[in-house]
Write a new protein. Sequence first.
Length: 431
Amino acid sequence: MAIPSVKTTPLPATIGPRSTNKSALAMMTTLFFMWGFLTVLNDILVPHLKAIFDLNYTQVMLIQFSFFSAYFVFALPWGKVIDWIGYQKTMVAGLLTMAAGALLFIPAAAAPSFPLFLGALIVLAGGMTALQVAANPYVAVLGPSETASSRLNLAQAFNSLGTTIGPYLGGMLILSAAPKTIEEIRQMAGDTLHTYRLHEASSVKLPYLVFGLVLVALSVAIGRFKLPAMSEATHHEHGAAKGPGLWQYRHLVLGAIGIFMYVGAEVSIGSFLINYLTQHSIGNISELTASRFVSYYWGGAMVGRFVGSAILQKVKTGRVLGLAAIIACLLVTTSMLTFGHVAVWSIILVGLFNSVMFPSIFTLGIAELGPLTGDGSGVLIMAIVGGAIIPLLQGAIADRIGIHHAFFLPAICYLYIVYYAFRGSRPVVPA
């Protein structure tokens, strides 16, 4: 079965720069930081919009569904844009698209309208997809191929810096210190309810206006920066290699499933964390306080990626990935079976072991693809759609059996990653 080709980043398996281009890598880290910061703000929007629009868990998970579905829809088109205008201009276009999405939050809040919020998130994520498709493989070719996994972990660490700061700052700017209960909201009359929704929704206007302006400024900075041209990472129409089809590479296909599972598990936990920690039997804390714990969850991923970048210089990627997934699964299971502080800190610690998973699965998945590496990269980025599907499934489960035990779904995801790390990631090059 053939797929549409992402003709943008066929990274040679053995050929690349002998040393890392540090100034270009530093500029790339600003992009990783920014999309991490804005992605994690969804974890603040989930409880905020849930209360404003009186949504159940399934309905409010449409936030993550809309956002992460954009990766599946836009990954291949952005790949073709890179082929037309190059990496740097595509990054600028992606940042401007993100800015447009951020500014659309203002009319969505003025309405206020949940569908308009979802539309703004789709535009924001559409621009973010351009950065993902361009920046991940670009970082991989900024230095020696044998240290690509370590380098991508380092760049992802700055992504996690954004996800660490985002919940804390977003909680202060968006969440109310003393929100009304859902019972109080349901007792409001029509005009009073509309006025309340306008007031609460307006808290997103200033933050997303600022984010939009920052993204425009960053697009100007990226556009003016002299990034090195990577001719070896650019598709050549007349240089297409003949050989096995993409879907014949088993480790790539299983790696795409691994990315689907990992992103789904990580986003599910982050999305439900505030509602989970406010439960009387778990943390019994306010939403504003819980938003700070979300920072600890993503902060663990940041620490783990800095540490993982060093460990992966010496230890095989599959071994590190497998051990991290085993511990993550055990921690989620522990949180499901306990209450109070144990349940709180076991679920928070999952972030530490999530850290190395994306860059490790990504580099294992594109191993030994040769001239098909760019196409493989596009497939793996499309698999980020797991962040749309799995949280929605967990929301439906939570509506039926409760939020506490719905975490069995991320635990299953981590079990699959254990399999991929030790068995499924072994490259088997088809004849």
